[in-house]
Design a protein around this ligand. Structure first.
Ligand code: SF4
Length: 352
C-alpha cells in the first residue's frame, strides 16, 4: 500500500501536540475516494496528533433537508467504515455533531462576526449550488452559513489543523478569519483560538470508475465494504485508453482510470504496468484482473474488520456516546473561555 499522504504540517510550539478536527457528513458506506482523500490520513495521523472525528449531521441538513430519515443508518454505516479503516476510538474520539450542543452556540456567536457578503463569496458554496442545480434565491439561511458552522466545529476544539482536499481550503480561510476577528475583538492579550491550517493530501482526489468525479449517486465508486466479486465486476467496467482496442495496440496509461488506481494500490508496480501498456505487451482485460487482485488484497483487512464489527451492532453507538463525552469536555471548556472573553453573563451566576 502507498506511503502516508500528508505533505504539509503546521508549525507547532516545541513539545506541543497538535490537534485535528475532521468531519464527514453522514453519507453511509464510504468509497475509495473517501478513503484516499481523508480516512487513511486520519489513521496515519492518529498517533502523532490528537484527533477529533465528527459526524457532521447538522451539515447534512444544509443540502438534504428532505432526507433526514437516512441520517441514522448513514451514520452507523459510515462510522463502521471509520473503525474498519483503523481509527482507534481510544486515541481519537468519534462523535456526532448534534450531540455536542456547544457547536450551535459557538455558531451563533460566530455568525455575528462574518458578513453575508463574505459567506456569499465562498467558492465551495457556489460549486454546491451549481452541482445541485439550485437557484441562488432558494439557498437557506443555514446553507449560506455552513462555513460559519464549520468554523465553530473546528475552533470549538481549538484545532491547529484540519485535513482537507484542495477544494475545501477556502473554508479553512473563513475559519482563520473568524478566529482572527474573535481574538482581535475579545481576546487580544490572550487569544482563545489558534488559526488552524489545512493539511493537504498528496493524492487528494481519485476519479470514479468512469473517469468522472467519484460519487455514489453516479454509481462509479468502489466501496470499502465491497466483496471481491463486487470489486471485480466494477473494475471490469473501468474507463481505459479508448484507442487501445487490442492487447497488442500500444496504449496510453495517462488518463486511464485503471492505471490511476495502480498508482495508488500498486506503488512498486505501476511503472512496469505503464511500460507494458505502452509497448503493447499488456491487454486491458488482463490488467483489470491484475488490478482487482491487488485491490482485493489491499482492502481485505478493512473488509474483515468491518465484518467482525458488524457482529456487535451496539458497538458503533457506544463509541459515539463515549466520543461525545470527551468532545463535550473540550467544548464546555472552550465555551467558558469564549463567554468570559465576550463578557457574557456567566450561567453559573455572577460576573466573569
Ligand atoms: S493496459 Fe492497463 S494501463 Fe493500459 S490502457 Fe489498458 S487498462 Fe489502462
Amino acid at each position: 500500500m502507498s506511503a502516508p499522504a500528508v505533505f504539509r504540517l503546521p508549525t507547532l510550539r516545541a513539545g506541543a501536540r497538535g490537534r485535528i478536527l475532521s468531519g464527514m457528513r453522514p453519507t453511509g458506506r464510504l468509497h475509495l475516494g473517501n478513503w484516499v482523500g481523508a480516512l487513511r490520513n486520519w489513521v496515519e495521523l492518529q498517533d502523532a496528533w490528537e484527533n477529533f472525528h465528527m459526524v457532521a449531521d447538522w451539515h447534512a441538513l444544509t443540502t438534504a433537508t428532505d432526507r433526514t430519515e437516512e441520517i441514522q443508518s448513514n451514520t452507523y454505516e459510515m462510522v463502521l467504515d471509520w473503525l474498519a479503516a483503523g481509527i482507534d476510538p481510544a486515541k481519537s474520539p468519534m462523535f456526532v455533531q448534534s450531540h455536542v450542543k456547544e457547536h450551535a452556540e459557538l455558531h451563533l456567536l460566530f455568525s455575528m462576526l462574518v458578513s453575508k457578503a463574505r459567506l456569499e463569496r465562498n467558492p465551495t458554496l457556489k460549486d454546491q449550488v451549481r452541482d445541485l442545480g439550485m437557484e441562488e434565491a432558494t439557498i437557506s439561511y443555514g446553507h449560506l452559513g455552513y462555513a460559519c458552522l464549520q468554523a465553530a466545529d473546528i475552533l470549538l476544539y481549538r484545532a491547529n489543523a484540519v485535513p482537507v482536499g484542495e477544494d475545501q481550503v477556502p473554508h479553512i480561510e473563513i475559519t482563520r478569519e473568524i478566529a482572527r476577528r474573535f481574538n482581535h475583538l475579545y481576546a487580544a492579550g490572550d487569544p482563545v483560538f489558534p488559526e488552524p491550517e489545512p493539511l493537504l493530501t498528496a493524492f487528494p482526489r481519485l476519479r470514479g470508475l468512469d473517469g468522472g468525479r467519484m460519487s455514489k449517486s453516479v454509481g462509479n465508486t468502489i466501496l470499502l465494504a465491497d466483496t471481491p466479486e463486487e470489486i471485480f465486476a466494477k473494475v471490469r467496467t473501468a474507463y481505459t485508453d479508448p484507442t487501445k482496442l487490442r492487447k497488442n495496440d500500444p496504449g496510453h496509461p495517462e488518463g486511464c482510470v485503471v492505471w490511476e488506481y495502480h498508482r495508488l494500490f500498486n506503488p512498486t508496480g505501476y511503472e512496469e504496468v505503464a511500460r507494458l501498456c505502452r509497448a503493447g505487451e499488456l491487454g486491458c482485460v488482463d490488467d483489470k484482473k491484475h488490478l482487482t487482485q491487488i485491490m482485493v488484497d489491499a482492502l481485505a483487512p478493512i473488509r474483515e474488520r468491518r465484518a467482525a464489527l458488524e457482529k456487535s451492532p451496539d458497538y458503533v453507538w457506544d463509541v459515539l456516546r463515549e466520543g461525545a463525552k470527551r468532545a463535550r469536555e473540550e467544548a464546555v471548556a472552550t465555551m467558558e473561555r469564549v463567554r468570559a472573553a465576550m463578557h457574557l453573563v456567566d450561567p453559573k451566576g455572577g460576573g466573569n
